[in-house]
Structures are given as C-alpha cells and as structure tokens.
Design a protein around this ligand. Structure first.
Ligand SMILES: Cc1cc2nc3c(=O)[nH]c(=O)nc-3n(C[C@H](O)[C@H](O)[C@H](O)COP(=O)(O)OP(=O)(O)OC[C@H]3O[C@@H](n4cnc5c(N)ncnc54)[C@H](O)[C@@H]3O)c2cc1C
Length: 538
C-alpha cells in the first residue's frame, strides 16, 4: 500500500453523543488520528436534540454519568434524581470541554454514505455536502433512538400553525399559554410532553393510538449533602450497576411471585410502586416479565392504580392497555400523567376508534370532525436501533448493502460488527446488550472493547477485521434464544422491530440482546482473551 493510498484518518466516528464522545477520548489516548462527524450543531446526541418540555432521565442521574474519570465524577453535581434535559446537555458540554474533544468534531456534517474500499483497507465516508473522507476504521455512534419518525398522515405540510416533532424541538423557549395544542403519541416522550403542556395550554387534545403502562417516576431534588453521599458511594453504585442485568440500580427480586401469599405480593407491589425510577419494572419478582400468570397479576395491580387516579372510568378504559401486559414494552415513567386527564382543559381522543384522516390548514380532521389547533406536537418517536443505520448508504465488501443484509432483521457478531463490513464497529448496535441497558454503562463497555481491539491490532500490525460467517450466525441464533424466554418478544414494539410509521416494519424480529449486560461483558472478555475469537484478523 503506498503512502498516497493510505486513509487520512485512523478512525472516523459518526455521532457526538455519549458513545461518540467517549470513543473519541479513548482513541486519542491510543494516539490515533480521529475525526467525528456530527449532524447537529453541538455535542450531546439525544440530549442535544430532545429539548421538548419535560424531557428528562428515567435512569437515576448519578448512575447515568460516565464512570471512567474520577476527576469528572468529583467535579459534577447532579441536582435532581432524574435530571432534566438541559442539565444533561450541560453535563455533556462540560465533558467535551474538559477533555478538549471539540477540536476533532466536525458539526453540521451529516454522513450520507460509507463505502468499504478493499484495495486500501479503508472506509470512504461521504457527507451530505459531497465532501469525501477516508479512514482505516469506521465507528458508528449514531444512536439507538436518533432517527425520528413522523406519522404517515396526509397534509402534514399544509398546517399553518406551529408544528414540531419532539426530537427536533426549537432551541428557543416555546410557550403554550392560551394555545390550543394537539399532541400525537403517548409513548415515553408523549407522556413527558403531555404533563408539561397540560399545565399552561388553553386546550390540550391528546391523540392516542396505543396506550402504554406508565408508573410513577417520583423525582426529587438532590441536596448538596445527598450529592456528597452519592459521590462517596460512586464505586459501590457502579459496581452494583455492573452486576445488574440492565445496569440499573434496581435488581430483580430473586423470588417468584408465587413464592409469597397474595397479600404479601400486593404489599410488595405497593412498596415498589412507591419507589422512584424503574424499581417497579426492574426490581420486581423475577418471573413477572417471563411468566404470563405472574405478569397478569402485576398488570391487574397497575390497572387498579390507574382506575383510582382517573376520575372518569370511560377515560380510564381508554388509558389502560389491552394488547400487552405491564413491562412488555418500554415503560414510560410519569409524574401526574393520569391526573392530567381529570383537568377540564384536556381531552383524550382514541385514534383507533376515530382515526386521524388528515392534517388541515387549521388543525386535524379526525373521524369526520375538524379540530382547530395553534400547535401540533408530533411525539411519534423513533425508527429505533436500526433506523439510523438505514438512513446511511453503508456498502461493505463487494458492494454489499447493509440495508439489504438487514432487510429481514439484523445479523451481527456481538452487535459490534457485521460480516461483509470489515473494520466497521457499531457502538450500541442491534443485538448488543446496550439495547436493554442503562445506556452509559453499556456504552463504556462497548467503547472499551473497541478501543482494546484497535490497540491490539495496532500492536500486532493488523489492519483488517471482520466477523466470520460462523460467528455471526451463532451470535444471531443466541440472541433470538435469549429473547425467547421473555414475554416482550411476543408483543409488537420497537424492541421487536415493529413500527407502523415506517413502511415495511410490520414483521416481528428482535432488535435487542436479552442475555443481560453481565453475561454479555463476560462473553466479550472471553473473546478478547482468545485473540478476538470469531473475528478474522489480518
Ligand atoms: C427522550 C429520551 C430519553 C432517554 N432517557 C434515557 C435514560 O433515562 N436512560 C438511558 O439509559 N437511556 C435513555 N435514552 C437513550 C439515549 O439515547 C441514550 O442514553 C444515549 O444518549 C445514547 O447515546 P449515543 O451516543 O449512543 O446516541 P445519541 O445520543 O442518539 O447520539 C447519536 C448522534 O449521532 C448523530 N448521527 C446520527 N446519524 C448521523 C449521520 N448520518 N451523520 C452524522 N451524525 C449522525 C446524531 O445527530 C446524534 O447526535 C433516552 C432517549 C431519549 C430519546
């Protein structure tokens, strides 16, 4: 290979969210020449884009931050147990400043295509402005929830009021005071948005297709003395996350729900319902997400709670999901969500009964009736996990297209590489433990694995890595096997690859890895210890 043909960068990273920032830092430490391309105008990824009212964590703030730098942990105070988006964005900007990351990040730079060049063992990356960049390794840090989706409704462009998707919220403050506002969508984002808009809008109309099981967030402020205590326990907190299936601070109870009397079960559910965060979902009896009868009992408990909180039982009927049990889809956490429907300025429209026919100049036509609005908010979520991949023209060996390879669902090795796509490492990719994780914990694991791998290759003088077909087939089969025990694989959701807003996404696949983060980490460590078994290295 001549000097002329050498790629310009050792690595190109796409995306400057939690994943891309830490990967840049680690590769710089290895002495590599790295370029990050980011579509946005600043760092932060999820926390840069999702500025809608009420956007916040449902991971405990102090379990979400990076753990890799003691200095950073010492310098940062979280002010709420579940930090609001502006605080998290400030945190990620601090990280970028502290580690001087910005000088290697090119903003306003959306990657349109990435093609593998076998002759130079490099990736040719083309930005939407037409500029072309080359690197030995391509690392995708494009986010599991970054490709937002609009509903498939006619006339969206015709609306003359203000309209906005929650993941493209304006950077300037938006007031709802005195306005007639529509919110379309009642997933995790919709729930957070609705609670805030209901406080000041003259009239809020919520258009719901699928109700979700929501349980209380129970957020509170972190006073300085509590923060000092948290800081003194960081090692313990991260160790606890490390051993936990989804890297949260909540650990499933080792008992089956049938090991206790009905009264004890009820009391345990009550106790968890009163706790903050995902305690009720992740800290419950070990069988509630696997055994139908156990799940039914849990679901019945949540139904009772919703009925007690909503005054009009006809509205409660609409808010109670009937097509899946509690916890088998991503659980939105709420702060007074159900009480919103007791307010006189809020109306709920079930669009399964009366579908949205079209967007008009003045609002929405629904079930033959025209609704007038000053603002329409699309809280219609994301083309999750593979969506951001589908939006880039990835071409691997012999011009193979990633989109085509994954047409019937993802095929990967460890959710970190794809056979036919050498030297491409996919952080938080499909079939990676990160898909079910308190994400930064798994992001750090992914980044450490990739960084160690690239360090190993450099030390051995290797320039090409690709998963073997056998390793990929075995991993993909293992992924489906891990999912088979969970009730959630029997339900339509973004975890099972179903998204009615995306053409061709009606067939169930499995996007996640359900073996748990500790098992995944152990597998990665074994593979590394065995000279990166399952990868062909040259
Ligand atoms: C509203 C919301 C709340 C969440 N809350 C939690 C939580 O409480 N706990 C939790 O664990 N997780 C949460 N998540 C998941 C969250 O996405 C992760 O925690 C984490 O931020 C992922 O970081 P990332 O860097 O992998 O991806 P992202 O933060 O999504 O960053 C990806 C970046 O890649 C860029 N990008 C994508 N495609 C291209 C392209 N073609 N060219 C250039 N740039 C591109 C994007 O602009 C983006 O900046 C939440 C997600 C959302 C949307």
């Amino acid at each position: 290979m001549t000097q002329e043909n050498s790629p310009v960068y050792d690595a190109i990273i796409i995306g400057a969210g939690m994943s891309g920032l830490f990967q840049l830092h680690r590769l710089r430490e290895l002495g590599m020449k790295v370029r990050v391309f980011e579509a946005g105008t600043g760092v932060g990824g999820t926390w840069y884009w999702n500025r809608y009212p009420g956007a916040r964590f449902d991971s405990e703030s102090y379990s979400y931050g990076y753990s890799f730098s003691k200095e950073l942990l010492a310098e940062w105070d979280w002010t709420e147990h579940f930090s609001p988006q502006p605080e998290t964005l400030r945190y990620l900007n601090k990280v970028a400043d502290k580690f001087d990351l910005r000088r290697d990040i090119q903003f306003r730079s959306k990657v349109g295509a990435a093609h593998w060049r076998e002759e130079t063992r490099s990736w040719q990356v083309t930005l939407e402005d037409g500029s072309v960049h080359t690197a030995r390794f391509l690392i995708t840090a494009i986010g599991p929830l970054s490709a937002f989706t609009m509903p498939r409704i006619d006339g969206i462009e015709s609306f003359e009021g203000q309209s906005c998707h929650t993941a493209r919220w304006p950077h300037e403050p938006v007031s709802f005071e005195g306005k007639r506002v529509a919110v379309i969508g009642t997933g995790a984002t919709g729930v957070q948005t609705i609670q805030e808009v209901a406080k000041t809008a003259r009239k809020l109309t919520v258009f719901q297709r699928t109700p979700n099981w929501c349980t209380p967030l129970r957020n509170s402020r972190i006073e300085p003395e509590t923060m000092a205590d948290i800081r003194s326990r960081y090692d313990q907190i991260f160790a606890q996350c490390r051993e936990n299936w989804g890297c949260f601070v909540h650990t499933a109870d080792p008992r089956h729900s049938t090991d206790v009397t009905p009264e004890e079960r009820e009391a345990f559910f009550e106790k968890l319902y009163a706790m903050p965060g995902f305690a009720f979902w992740q800290g419950n009896f070990r069988d509630v997400l696997m055994d139908q009868a156990a799940n039914d009992a849990l679901t019945a408990f949540v139904i009772k709670k919703i009925r007690a909180r909503v005054k009009d039982q006809k509205i409660a009927d609409k808010l109670i999901p009937t097509n899946h049990g509690y916890g088998t889809r991503r659980v939105p956490l709420e702060s007074g969500y159900f009480e919103v429907y007791n307010q006189p300025n809020v109306k709920l429209v079930d669009i399964r009964e009366t579908p949205i026919e079209r967007v008009t100049e003045t609002g929405l036509r629904v079930g033959g009736q025209d609704y007038e609005f000053d603002m329409i908010i699309y809280a219609t979520g994301f083309d999750a996990i593979t969506g951001a991949f589908d939006r880039i023209d990835f071409q691997g060996r012999d011009g193979a297209k990633l989109r085509e390879k994954w047409a019937d669902g993802p095929h990967t090795y460890l959710g970190l590489n794809v056979e036919g796509f050498p030297n491409m490492l996919t952080l938080v990719g499909p079939h990676n433990a990160a898909t079910f994780c308190n994400l930064p914990r798994c992001i750090e694991q992914n980044v450490e694995f990739v960084s160690d791998l690239l360090g190993y290759m450099r030390d051995k003088g290797l320039t090409r890595i690709e998963a073997t077909p056998e390793a990929e087939t075995a991993w993909t089969a293992h992924v489906y096997d891990t999912g088979s025990r969970l009730l959630l694989t029997k339900v339509d959701s973004w975890m099972t690859g179903v998204n009615k807003n995306v053409p061709g996404r009606l067939k169930r696949t499995f996007m996640a890895y359900a073996g748990g983060a500790p098992k995944y980490r152990q597998k990665c460590e074994e593979i590394a210890a065995n000279g990166y078994e399952g990868f062909a290295l040259r």
